[in-house]
Design a protein around this ligand. Structure first.
Ligand SMILES: Nc1ncnc2c1ncn2[C@@H]1O[C@H](COP(=O)(O)OP(=O)(O)OP(=O)(O)O)[C@@H](O)[C@H]1O
Length: 560
């Protein structure tokens, strides 16, 4: 699919409206020329302008303005509908992309595309495409008039314009280079701004909010400078071409004067050539900036197209045959750095497995791979004998619950926040999940019970309560495979006990893979896997590893 086809595919019902608008506005640029052409006709035919002729010219001029307003509305509606469709489609596409693509640089890129790039799309489509078309059509029509009046002056005008137009690609190259730099700083800036906002609690805690970190300060300066460079690249191009184009008028007038002196041109024809030349060169000057903006538009289209065609996970697939897990030769790199290396692991249905290892060993990343958040470099992950490509995300998440320390709560009631895990759950299943997760005390505390509102991101709940909401969701989901990531590490002793009790209930009869920091909570699990620098270095039961594994011994002693 070409970039233009990609755009058209998203214009939907607005496509006809958009093209009608563009053609209409090109027409609207031509219509104002009609009074001029009428005037030229009168002058060249030696007639004086009569009252009815003047009225006719004025009527045509008014009709042209009415037409412009009408078609502008068509093209605006079409352009805004197209960018609305693109925004919506991008959001739908994002849901299907691996979650890891939405972190770091990938996130900044998407934010930039959906905000400033698509905003520029709207501006370019609603104003510039039609205006650029007009900037070509009007000079063309006026040059034909000059050719008809005097072929010699027509040739001179055309030659002068051609020289100017040859400058366009050179000027555009400068503009595009400046635009690329500005775009890059924009993306990095968006990422760093997000990081800054996320880090605000830490900055506040250390009383460091009074100044921006040096790299962010530097980035803001780079964004400013890149923006100025871009303006300068566009401005100098327009000024240069405008100056050169303006020289065309005296050139044509002087040569016209010589022809006039030699009786090769009438004074009326000389005047018409002068007026047509003026009408020809003005729109051409603006073509410099239009051409560059349209190139920018095409490169933004390419970025959008790239994003829309980025690898995505299939949604629907086959049901797995059982719930045993198998990882074969799994290798993962993030930001170009190896994170998991050749992991081979099988987990039978009903087995309880713990992942341990020093910080940065790759425990969470391994869990994320099983949960389908990362696209792996090599190897295969299979659930019930099927890879994610054959399972599809619907089947994967029907069979898998992921409970993490970082609990996302949405503005809404406690009931809404629980039911997202299983909108079909019965009232008794909900009550059971609330009781098993130890959330009764929260329900009792909220004046409206389960229907009590949690506020934005569940501000009304403590850390331990949020964990229990996450566990209650997993209980409601009742998926046969449970992934647990560090769920108790941030809690005090009393809350840990409550959360651990809830987890025990959740894990009964399930396949469980847990990332553990507190080794005393996993001494009884079926198998412990020791990870080190992205490799699975040893596996076994607690007592065996304590005897055989130096890494495990070190972790156990450090926990004491
Ligand atoms: N999204 C990411 N982008 C780039 N690198 C990442 C990303 N996530 C993790 N890493 C890197 O991958 C390596 C493994 O990280 P991971 O969080 O899996 O380790 P871990 O064993 O769970 O560590 P910890 O016990 O400290 O949580 C680390 O070096 C980390 O910096």
């Amino acid at each position: 699919m070409t970039k233009v086809q990609f755009l058209l595919a998203h214009s939907g019902a607005s496509q006809r409206q958009f093209w009608l608008g563009i053609v209409g506005r090109m027409g609207a640029d031509l219509v104002p020329m009609v009074p001029w052409l009428m005037l030229f006709g009168y002058v060249l035919s030696g007639h004086t302008l009569s009252g009815p002729a003047l009225v006719a010219v004025a009527a045509v001029a008014l009709a042209a303005q009415w037409w412009l307003g009408l078609t502008a509305r068509q093209s605006f509606t079409g352009a805004y509908q197209l960018s609305h469709n693109l925004r919506r489609q991008l959001l739908l596409d994002i849901r299907r992309q691996p979650l890891a693509a939405l972190t770091g640089k990938g996130l900044g890129e998407r934010i930039r595309l959906m905000t400033s790039d698509l905003k520029q799309f709207e501006d370019i489509l609603s104003h510039l495409v039609a205006e650029a078309a007009g900037a070509v059509v009007v000079p063309l029509a006026m040059a034909i008039v000059v050719w008809l009046v005097s072929p010699a002056l027509g040739a001179l005008l055309t030659a002068s314009l051609m020289v100017n137009l040859m400058l366009l690609p050179v000027l555009e190259r400068r503009f595009m280079a400046a635009a690329a730099t500005s775009h890059r700083h924009g993306i990095e800036g968006a990422n760093e701004l997000l990081e800054f906002i996320e880090g605000l609690p830490t900055l506040k805690a250390f009383g460091r909010t009074e100044r921006l970190a040096a790299p962010l300060q530097q980035r803001l300066c780079q964004i400013r400078d890149a923006g100025l460079d871009l303006e300068w690249a566009a401005g100098t191009g327009v000024m240069l071409v405008t100056c050169l184009l303006e020289l065309t008028l005296p050139l044509v007038m002087v040569v016209g004067g010589v022809l006039l002196a030699g009786d090769a041109l009438t004074p009326e024809a000389w005047l018409v050539v002068a007026a047509a030349t003026v009408a020809c060169i003005r729109p051409l000057a603006s073509l410099t900036i239009f051409a560059a903006l349209i190139r920018f538009f095409l490169s933004a289209t390419a970025r959008l197209h790239g994003l829309a065609t980025a690898p995505r996970q299939p949604q629907q697939g086959q049901a797995p045959q059982g719930t045993d897990l198998a990882l074969e030769g799994v290798t993962l790199s993030l930001d170009g750095q190896p994170v998991l290396r050749d992991i081979n692991l099988t987990v039978e249905a009903g087995e309880h497995l713990a992942l341990v290892g020093p910080s940065g060993a790759g425990k969470s990343s391994l869990l994320h791979v099983i949960a389908g958040f990362h696209a792996i470099d090599h190897g295969e992950v299979r659930l019930g004998g099927l890879t994610l490509a054959r399972l599809g995300t619907d089947q994967l998440y029907r069979n898998l619950s992921y409970v993490t320390q970082d609990v996302q709560l949405f503005a809404g009631s406690l009931r809404d926040n629980l039911m997202i895990a299983n909108p079909q759950a019965s009232a008794s299943a909900l009550a059971q999940a609330v009781a098993d997760a130890g959330l009764d005390e929260v329900v009792a505390r909220l004046p409206e019970g389960l229907d009590g509102m949690l506020g934005e991101n569940g501000q009304t709940l403590s850390g331990g309560e949020r964990q229990r909401v996450s566990i209650a969701r997993a209980l409601l989901r009742d998926a046969p495979v449970v992934l647990l990531d560090e769920v108790t590490s941030a809690l005090d002793q009393r809350r840990q006990e409550a959360v651990l009790r809830a987890i025990r209930r959740l894990c009964e009869g399930k396949t469980v893979i847990t990332v553990a920091h507190r080794l005393d909570t996993i001494v009884d699990v079926d198998r412990i896997c020791v990870l080190e620098q992205g490799r699975l270095v040893q596996q076994g039961r607690h007592t065996d590893l304590l005897a055989d594994s130096a890494t495990y011994q070190a972790l156990w002693q450090a926990a004491d």
